[in-house]
Design a protein around this ligand. Structure first.
Ligand SMILES: Cc1cc2nc3c(=O)[nH]c(=O)nc-3n(C[C@H](O)[C@H](O)[C@H](O)COP(=O)(O)O)c2cc1C
Length: 343
């Protein structure tokens, strides 16, 4: 998640992912959530240019783990709903009910172009398409008999998808920022992701999102994403941030990432630009958890107090850094009662 040029940056190879997945599984971490990318952001590192495809990635991880949930991130426009319904059902069988689906309605214009598609300018079309797409997926997951579909975007004849997922409809994740996106998320998702840039704003935002869901008879949990640099001393943690995110920032990748985010998505507050640019260089805009184990735990407790139900965690080098977090931060969270001890 860090657009940095340091040679020891994370390499998202299958070997590294498998090592990580099995380590997280043993540590009792709840889930893994991947980034789905079709082309990178350019720059010296072509940041995100080599991420693995997420459905195949998740299925393989589910086969090689025992308890952790693994979510696939799927772009509605790049994946046909009949194919996705069966893919997720397959994942769910491989993982014995541990699959999940993160729906991305789309925002990244060059990526649309790489797929030979045009990003619709208006959010109504993007989310109108996503809604019909997801209605088809849920119909395929819940109906036993073949059916015809005659919608605005899809016309399907005698379609069905068996087997259904083991867990009925698997957990649905969505990370929309716009008004239309949030309507989509509160209508369809169980877990809604939103950046934690300014916690005083997040308090109201979370209340509002939950209320919006309750208004249509649903209940959603609001999660965020964080980036961890945890070291024995605060100075060591800060020095490392300076090293990878400031002195060795992939400037071109960061500015491309920022430009595309600000032009096409509304997930990040546009008025906090400088701060957000630094956060993107650190960990793709994630909430910074930088410092000693006690300080990192304190940051997570703050997210909890703000009303977030959970957070993802990223590291510059997951496999090297997660064990220190596991051994020194998780026990504090257990002691404070916001995390159950590992079984
Ligand atoms: C935690 C999180 C994960 C996301 N994962 C992806 C992803 O893997 N691929 C992607 O293209 N966009 C991803 N997004 C981007 C959101 O889906 C994006 O905010 C959305 O498409 C823009 O919605 P909006 O126009 O309603 O703000 C993610 C966002 C967040 C906060």
């Amino acid at each position: 998640m860090s657009p940095t040029t340091i040679p020891e940056r994370w390499v998202a190879s299958w070997d590294n992912n498998l090592t990580l997945g099995q380590m997280l599984d043993e540590a009792g971490i709840d889930f893994m959530l991947p980034i789905a990318r079709w082309i990178g952001y350019g720059g010296e590192t072509d940041f995100h240019g080599e991420v693995l495809e997420t459905v195949t990635w998740a299925t393989a991880l589910l086969a090689m783990t025992k308890r952790i949930s693994v979510i696939a991130t799927v772009h509605t426009v790049a994946n046909h709903p009949v194919a996705v319904a069966k893919q997720i059902a397959t994942m769910d069988q491989v993982g014995q009910g541990r699959s999940g689906l993160n729906i991305v309605a789309g925002w990244n214009k060059p990526e649309y172009e790489a797929l030979g598609l045009t990003l619709p300018d208006d959010h109504e079309t993007r989310y109108g398409y996503a809604q019909e797409w997801f209605d088809i997926v849920t119909a395929l997951w819940t109906r036993d008999e073949p059916f015809d579909w005659d919608g605005q975007y899809f016309h399907l004849k005698h379609t069905y998808s068996l087997p259904h997922p083991l867990q009925g409809i698997p957990p649905i994740v969505n990370a929309a920022g716009s008004g239309q996106g949030r309507e989509f998320a509160t209508r369809n998702a169980n877990f809604l992701f939103t950046p934690a840039i300014d916690l005083s704003r997040s308090v109201d935002e979370i209340v509002q999102l939950k209320r919006q869901a309750e208004g249509i008879g649903r209940s959603v949990d609001v999660l965020t994403f964080s980036h961890v640099v945890c070291r024995p001393t605060e100075q060591e943690a800060k020095d490392y941030v300076r090293y990878y995110a400031f002195d060795h920032r992939d400037d071109v990748a960061v500015s491309n990432l920022m430009r595309l985010q600000l032009a096409h998505a509304e997930s990040f507050p546009h008025d906090l630009l400088t701060r957000i640019t630094d956060l993107f260089a650190m960990g793709h805009g994630g909430f910074p958890l930088v410092g000693t184990p006690a300080q990192v735990a304190e940051g997570i407790l703050k997210l909890h107090e703000t009303g977030f139900g959970g957070t993802t965690l990223s590291f510059v080098d997951y496999n090297k850094e997660f064990p220190y977090f596991r051994d020194n931060v998780l026990p504090i969270l257990e002691e404070k009662g916001i995390r159950l001890p590992n079984r």
